[in-house]
Write a protein that binds this ligand. Structure first.
Ligand code: FE2
Ligand code: FE2
Length: 208
């Protein structure tokens, strides 16, 4: 499935600038340039990125310091790349992936019961995300499948579409990258603190 850009160069540049404003400061130290400058990908999910419900995901942490919003953005990008390579419906796939964790509560301190859903977070949040997404957007079958079944194989019900299967894989892949990157930066900063501590200690020692 091919998609021609319907926008002018100026409009695409405007989108690129807005995307950078919305997400850049929160991105991880990985290959972000190719993501924010991928015009086709950003155009596909542009309306979602500006939506106030979707933007609420910025208020909730997913892995380490990564917000649900940035996590979904990464998963959407990886999904877009893989689905496009495999000639699948990469538009629905990227849009579904951007909404896959739209559960809108802090899973570290709250539970699904707080938003009137039964069960533990891992199993309940896809249903909550789907409910929230359906209240704001008209979703097609693939997008619904992606959101509802992205936790497979934890949830026993498997994805019905290839696109949803890819999102469930990209979700795990992105979660791993985010967690490793978080550990790396934490280790890096703790080393800086250690050196700073030794440096200050030496100065005090010299003074007395
Ligand atoms: Fe999830
Ligand atoms: Fe996720």
């Amino acid at each position: 499935m091919k998609r021609e850009s319907s926008l002018s160069v100026e409009q695409n540049e405007e989108i690129e600038d807005k995307i950078k404003d919305i997400i850049n400061e929160d991105l991880l130290n990985i290959d972000n340039k190719s993501i924010t400058e991928c015009t086709e990908f950003n155009e596909i999910i542009y309306d979602l990125l500006l939506d106030t419900t979707v933007l609420q995901m910025k208020n909730y942490t997913q892995h380490g310091k990564i917000s649900c919003f940035i996590h979904c953005y990464y998963v959407a990008y990886y999904t877009y790349v893989v689905c496009k390579k495999l000639h699948l419906d990469y538009i629905s796939a990227a849009r579904g992936a951007m909404l896959h964790d739209l559960f809108l509560y802090d899973w570290h301190t709250s539970s699904p019961a707080d938003v009137n859903e039964k069960g533990l977070h891992a199993w309940a949040h896809p249903k909550i995300a789907l409910k929230n997404a359906c209240q704001t957007f008209n979703l097609n079958k693939i997008e619904k499948d992606i959101i509802l079944n992205h936790m497979w194989p934890l949830t026993l019900r498997p994805p019905k579409t290839k696109e949803a299967f890819i999102v469930s894989c990209m979700d795990k892949f992105s979660a791993t990258v985010e967690t490793l990157e978080n550990c790396r930066s934490r280790f890096h900063s703790s080393r800086i603190y250690r050196y700073a501590y030794i440096f200050v200690g030496l100065i005090i020692f010299r003074m007395f």
